[in-house]
Design a protein around this ligand. Structure first.
Ligand code: TMP
Length: 207
């Protein structure tokens, strides 16, 4: 049976997730949004992998050219990092009462990246207990533009940063967005091939 997300997955209120291929400008946008407000409410920003213990291990895995563990092990670790992020000490699920919580990457990154090698069913089993965000912002841009930005900005590229992989990951994202069409998640597709200052304004307006 083809994979589908359940329609009744719980939604975390005030949670906004930012997704897109490498080079889409997520990190810069996240920094810009951390100083903005939406209808008078501040935005608490955070990212995955986290800078906690498991996230730090994952960054090592991403930066290493020799694959330190199998894609499935990586999927387990991304889910463990996510659990700590949401429920560990200082977990972000306690913050969405008073502010918006914007996460740079979440479950959908596991589907887009680990989904290259690990089945969606396995990924869902690992991630099903995490709520969906109220809003998913997908930064869309041509592969060539993302690739130019990666080449220009980064000396060391992580191991997903090759043009062939970026293409496959973009295709995965398109598939995931289709699979989310029947869910309660509010999806905002933003054309990200614009200057960073303008991108932050466009996103704030869309929110
Ligand atoms: P970034 O800090 O530039 O967003 O890079 C994070 C990298 O981590 C990016 O290559 C995607 C990868 N990643 C996964 O493979 N699975 C995940 O679940 C998450 C959150 C990130």
């Amino acid at each position: 049976m083809p994979f589908v997300f359940p329609k009744d997955q719980p939604i975390a209120k005030n949670m906004i997730v930012l997704e897109g291929i490498d080079g889409a400008g997520k990190s810069q946008l996240t920094r810009a949004l951390s100083t903005k407000t939406v209808r008078g409410t501040s935005i608490f920003t955070t990212q995955e992998p986290t800078d906690g213990l498991i996230g730090t291990l994952l960054r090592k895995y991403l930066d290493s050219s020799s694959h330190l563990f199998s894609p499935r092990t990586a999927a387990y670790l991304f889910a463990a990092d996510r659990y700590e992020h949401l429920h560990g000490s200082d977990g972000i699920l306690s913050k969405n009462d008073t502010s918006y919580v914007l996460i740079d990457r979440y479950i959908f990154s596991s589907f887009a990246y680990q989904g290259l090698n690990v089945g969606y069913k396995v990924l869902w089993d690992l991630n099903r207990e995490f709520p969906f965000p109220e809003t998913l912002i997908y930064l869309d841009l041509p592969i060539e533009v993302a690739w130019q930005r990666i080449r220009k900005n980064r000396m060391a590229k992580d191991h997903f940063e090759t043009i062939a992989l970026l293409e496959k990951i973009k295709e995965r994202y398109e598939e995931i967005l289709r699979l989310l069409e029947d869910s309660e998640v509010n999806i905002l597709r933003i054309q990200a091939d614009i200057p960073p200052e303008r991108l932050a304004e466009v996103v704030i307006q869309a929110l």
